[in-house]
Ligand binder design. Sequence first.
Ligand code: AMP
Ligand code: TRP
Length: 331
Amino acid sequence: MRIFSGIQPTGRKHLGNYIGAIRQYVAGQDRGEAIYCIVDLHAITVAYEPAALRRSVYDTAAILLAAGLDPSRCIFFRQGDLTEHPELCWLLSSVTAYGELTRMTQFKEKSGQQRELVSAGLFFYPVLQVADVLAYRATEVPVGEDQRQHVELMRDVAERFNARFGDVLVAPEVRTPAVGARIMDLQFPDRKMSTTGGSPQGTVHVLDEPEVVIKKFRSAVTDSGSDVRRGPDKPGISNLIEILAAVREISPEEVEREFDGSGYGAFKQAVGDAVVDCLAPVRERYDPIRADERTIEGTLVEGAEKARAIASPTLAEVREAMGVGPVRPGG
Ligand code: AMP
Ligand code: TRP
């Protein structure tokens, strides 16, 4: 099995990223050949500052390393170090349906948030994401629920390519966590927790101080009533139940049973405490890792070499199958 996922270097990583994606990346190292990439080429599709982008790449790399990515057990690199990703993006654009891109919900959301420019890059973003994964012929893509549509696009593009040009690419499967694939904002539980669209009090960051985390959970919006159980009329409590189940790695039913009759105050405190315990090791390891930029840079550059060794032969085969570029000897 080959696992591939990418994560944006923008903003501070939050509990949704941690539960939905980062924890799965760490576990993936024991389940197969794992490849993870920080997608700086995706980050430039919205307004950004070049110097801040470089810092954000290191921030994100340090969080992932602190969370347990081990460069000796996975390939960990920066997307922009390779030319293969944008090259494959272009080649695959010829088997990507324009109509499919117009239906991408992340594009609709993000284009609505832009103040100055909706870039063509933002529209093309899903094709680059398709290329990220198909370049490695990965079989599995661990992500949160919001990325499911992009992984479906990968499958469509791989299948269309293979039908048109021969069996070169692999259609990957999506892998979302059973619990916690869509963590909601603590203040607005009808919206997902997010870096760009969320509320400051409702977004728990991986690096938040313990007191800050506890405060955010104490002030989490609950619903009328006092039962700790899930339901469509109880989005706030349902979200907190999911969070506790995810961080403790138990089922939501077990959480409901444990907190039956205990009231919202005690429950919110328990969720806050559990999240603090879950994030503490990452926060403690982060500072020394982040302080050593040269080591981070070296790790990413080494990772890029390993990544290129896999992606480059795929590109050669794709070019050959499509009949573009120089003729390969024996091709
Ligand atoms: P991003 O920071 O947008 O690159 O997202 C990184 C990963 O976190 C992706 O796999 C997302 O699907 C996942 N993710 C983002 N927000 C949430 C959320 N609220 N709940 C669960 N997973 C999320
Ligand atoms: N678009 C993804 C997100 O917003 C990040 C991403 C880029 C990605 N390339 C990828 C995820 C490849 C999985 C596989 O979270």
